[in-house]
Design a protein around this ligand. Structure first.
Ligand SMILES: O=C(O)COP(=O)(O)O
Length: 218
């Protein structure tokens, strides 16, 4: 396969965001008097966007349902303040992106994080010219695995799905690739395991950033 463009998932693929997401959400749970969760549990709460994350973290009670929207607002405000505390790029990621950029690849990010938070962390952790486009979830699109977000990026960057790889760490990302006609590449350093990626349609799977480079440039 030779690709012209690569779209990356963000949380669990480029950045290890789990501790800041868990800390922010747990702070709100404490504030509202609900039980908190270990950071490990958030590996399965994260992936389908902020609404699902909060629904999974809150108890299934009338009281919790009634404060859902306020809770989401408070969580987002807190996360915006703390999204750089413990978050870091995974090993080898900065070098991998720089190599791909020097090779002339067109690089983009598509996250289920809200668009404002996505742009904020991408601006903070990566050089300005690294990505041709970085987008999160916007009101006008459904979240991944709906292909609308990918289609908007392909259109904006004048890329064809068959020339584009989609790289991610969850079934949601692999299904997004399948649904949009991009080539699904799974990675193993994120929040989920090989079985989940294979069952969701991953065509190749990388265990290290070096291996990912070989897959993307083979
Ligand atoms: O915020 C989420 O649910 C996940 O974000 P991601 O799409 O970058 O993994």
């Amino acid at each position: 396969m030779s690709f012209t463009g690569i779209i990356f998932d963000l949380d669990g693929t480029l950045l290890n965001t789990i501790d800041d997401l868990a800390d922010s959400c747990n702070r709100q749970l404490e504030k509202y008097g609900f039980p908190t969760h270990p950071a490990e549990a958030y590996r399965y709460f994260v992936g389908n966007g902020v609404v699902k994350l909060v629904e999974r973290a809150l108890p299934d009670s009338r009281e919790a349902h009634s404060i859902l929207n306020t809770f989401i607002r408070d969580f987002r405000a807190d996360y915006k303040e703390h999204c750089f505390d413990k978050t870091r790029p995974y090993p080898g990621i900065l070098e991998l992106l720089e190599r791909l950029r020097r090779d002339g690849m067109i690089l983009a990010v598509l996250s289920n994080k809200p668009d404002a938070e996505t742009k904020k962390v991408v601006r903070y952790f990566f050089p300005k010219e690294q990505f041709h486009c970085a987008a999160g979830h916007k009101e006008e699109f459904d979240v991944k695995p709906d292909p609308a977000g990918v289609r908007a990026i392909l259109k904006k960057l004048d890329l064809k799905p068959e020339d584009t790889a989609f790289v991610g760490d969850t079934w949601i990302d692999m299904q997004t690739a399948v649904n949009s006609g991009c080539f699904p590449v799974g990675i193993l350093w994120g929040f989920r395991d090989r079985k989940e990626l294979e069952e969701a349609g991953a065509r190749r799977i990388a265990a290290t950033a070096e291996e990912l480079y070989s897959i993307l440039r083979s």
